[in-house]
Design a protein. Structure first.
Length: 196
């Protein structure tokens, strides 16, 4: 310093230190968010029966508001205006919370309700059925056993081959198309899609 003034050489050195410091902070932040995203992806990809069910706080952050409304607040989507009611692709419908496969496209049919409708689940052991008297109605609520996610309702239906209709909310599911099942960790469930 000459008489309290910063020389151009000193200014250049200070600028270099500031630039390097900012670069280190930005790189550290980018790496942190990259590894956080990888951890989140690992926690949500495929189905692992040993993976713990996420807390409600995590679900509020991870799920879209309509998904949280359906699975944790027993909400219902608008009929004929939801993602999967007209889906005709081959694949499986998995719990939006745990990724557990619950319904197969071969068991889906047009129940005329504007909701995804199935004749049966992959296994009744994966679901819990309980009485629902809300809205002054007598219905049977259907929840995923492992995550306790509200899925929809079970009704008697003479048009269904099983005499039952599982009318569920699209927001309670992720759809895994057959061609993506192996890549997403669901190869073991491909046999569910073989026509009998």
């Amino acid at each position: 310093m000459n008489g309290g003034r910063i020389t151009s050489e000193e200014r250049s050195t200070i600028s270099t230190y500031i630039g390097v410091s900012i670069a280190v902070v930005l790189t550290t932040g980018a790496l942190y968010f990259f590894f956080l995203a990888q951890k989140e992806k690992k926690e949500t990809k495929g189905f692992d029966p040993n993976r713990p069910v996420p807390s409600d706080a995590t679900l509020r952050r991870r799920l879209k508001s309509d998904q949280y409304f359906v699975v944790r607040e027993s909400g219902t989507e608008t009929a004929f205006q939801n993602e999967f009611w007209k889906n005709e692709r081959t694949g499986i419908y998995v719990d939006v919370i745990t990724g557990e496969p619950l319904f197969a496209s071969l068991d889906k049919f047009d129940g005329g309700t504007g909701f995804p409708t199935f004749t049966k689940p992959i296994s009744k052991d994966l679901l819990v059925e309980k009485p629902d008297t809300s809205h002054d109605m007598q219905r049977t609520e259907v929840c995923a056993k492992r995550s306790n996610a509200h899925l929809g309702h079970l009704f008697s239906d003479a048009t269904s081959p099983t005499g039952q209709r599982y009318s569920v909310n699209s927001a309670a599911f992720h759809f895994i198309p057959m061609e993506r099942m192996k890549a997403e960790g669901y190869e073991a469930f491909l046999s569910l899609l073989e026509k009998k």
